[in-house]
Write a new protein. Sequence first.
Length: 135
Amino acid sequence: MFTMFAAALTLSAAAVMAEEAAAPAGAPPAGTAAAPVQLPPWVTPDLIKATQAINLTPEQNPKFQQIVGDYVTAHYAMIQKEMKRNNAANLDMTIRSKDKALIHKMDDELKGGVLTDAQWPAYENYKKVLASGLK
């Protein structure tokens, strides 16, 4: 799942940069046809913009993608596991609680030398956009 996330994020960022670099707005570069890219439903244009706002360096980008990819994989695995338990009475509360722990783990890993203090506010916004896409 991580490779799918990393590829989607990289392709999405490349697509946005290519769109911004195109001379006429909305027109594809001469002589090229854009191949359709199937992204996971949670990778939205808002998430791509939020990622770009963090202003990751080339050294930070693979670490960031790995950590966030691990979170997304763990998020979906945790939901599947909890749904198999079939305890509908408090399923939503359990998922929220366990997801909060996964988010704290992601935060700790990113604080551990990946993101700078100046990047943290943009990352906090990124988390909100990511959470809305994962719902």
